[in-house]
Design a protein around this ligand. Sequence first.
Ligand code: ZN
Length: 257
Amino acid sequence: MLRRFDMEGKTRTLAVDTRTLQTKILPLPKRTTSCCKDSRYRRLLRRAGSPPYPLQDDGITHGKEGLYLTTDLCPSSKKGFEKRLYEAIIRRFPHPVPVTLFITKRWIERHPTAFETLRLWDRIGSLAVTWGNHTAWHHYHPGKPLQENFVLSPEENLTDDILTLEKTLLERGVTPSIFFRFPGLVSDEKAVQTVTGLGLIPIGTDTWLAKGQWPKEGSIILVHGNGNEPKGVTIFLKLLKEGKIPRLRPISGISAK
Ligand SMILES: [Zn+2]
C-alpha cells in the first residue's frame, strides 16, 4: 500500500504489485502484513535511491533490453499537443502500445481536450499508458543555476508537489503509477530520498532525442509530448519510419542494468 485516501465516501488504497510494478486502487484491507523486503519492487526502489546523486539525470536511465518511450507533459502555453507522435505509434505497433506520460497538473488544467484524448486512447486500448508523475507545478526559473532551479527552487515543497499530482489524476479517474521524472532531470540527494520515500522510482533518460542522443538496446527515450520540443518528436518519427524502433516495452517491465 502506497497511499490511503477517501473516494466517494469510502477509504481506498493505492497499491503496487511488487512483482509487476503495476498500481491499482483497492478497498482498504481489513488486515495488512508487512511487505517482503526482497521483492522486485524493493530492489528497484533501493537501486534508484542509492548514491551517487548526480545533479542531472539521477534515477534509472536505461534497462537491460528493449526500448522504452517516455513523453514529458511539462506545463506549456502551446495549444494542443504532439498528436502526430501518439498517432504514429498507434498506427505502427500492435495494440495497446506501451507509452509513459510524465504529466503535470498545470499541463492537464490548460489542455483538458488533449488530456481527454490521451485518456480515451488508453481506455479503448490503442495505448497502454503508464501515468508517470512529473510533479503538479514543475517549478522553473529561466536563467537560474540548476542548484536553485526545478525541484531545488527555494519555494519547492516536493512531497506536496508529488501528492497533488496524484490527487489530480485520482480525481479524474486515472490511476497514478510508481514512476517519477524530475522536472529538468534536476535533483539532489534529499529530493531523491523524498521521491523514493513516497515509494516512487525516479526515471532519467539515456536518450534525450532533441539533444542528439541515440537509442541503443535498453534505452529510455525522452521526447516532449506537449509541443515544446518538436525537434525530438521529428527525430523519433524519422527513426520509426526507418525501422529503427522495432518495438516498445512498458516501463513497468524494466530491469535496471
Ligand atoms: Zn518537464
